[in-house]
Design a protein around this ligand. Sequence first.
Ligand code: BTN
Length: 248
Amino acid sequence: MHFPDSFPVPLIVLDETDSTNRYLNECGQVAELTTVVSRYQTAGRGQRGNSWESEAGQNLLFSFVLYPTFLEARHQFLISQFVSLSLKEVLDEFTEGITIKWPNDIYWQEKKIAGILIEHDVQGPYLCRSLAGIGVNINQEVFRSPAPNPVSLRQIIGKETSLPDFLYRVMQRMQSYYNLLRDGHHAEIATKYQNALFHRTGFHTYRDAGGVFEAEIVHVHSSGLLVLRDRQGVERKYAFKEVEYLLI
Ligand code: BTN
């Protein structure tokens, strides 16, 4: 991976680490938007305590840090929203069919192309640090791990994409969305997120603790709760992990 000298954000390039999230966490107080990217992770972390598999040198594995001390912790989902949007918008430059599967998986059609893991530190009512870790499947051709529905950009467009170029574009967008957030444009970010959602319209099949049901998305609350309306017209609200999308 060769990165240009002028990059939109401070960059640390590694050949191998256990996890870029853990590496960045250990770096202490580095400049805002400092980004750690690694060719390979020996213990990549995913959501729900899962691991994140990626063939060496094939995909983007990176983490960056923010100090959003201006943002109340109750609005932390905006970080998740703009990180997802930045990824979606760069992927839109390569292909159609990219959506954000609530809360922050990036999908192409019914398959997962990127995953996001965000850890927040809070001080009083405000955030003090957010660490966002991102894995984007770029050039991997075959997936062997049991992760459900993986897909890479290469499998979609049929050719290789430069990892440094992709990361450059993503971090440019992260920076401008972060400025938008700092300037208080919460509604703009939330609306864009809403419009980018997977299964944004129509009835689809979900499963919660009570069983399988069909519902449509009403909206995602600013707290991050997913609000669904079932066939009986009843609204159901879910936190992350409380509901599952049943894909065909
Ligand atoms: C998910 O399960 O969807 C989230 C996956 C996040 C993986 C990325 S890869 C770079 C960063 N370092 C990690 O250990 N995890 C994140």
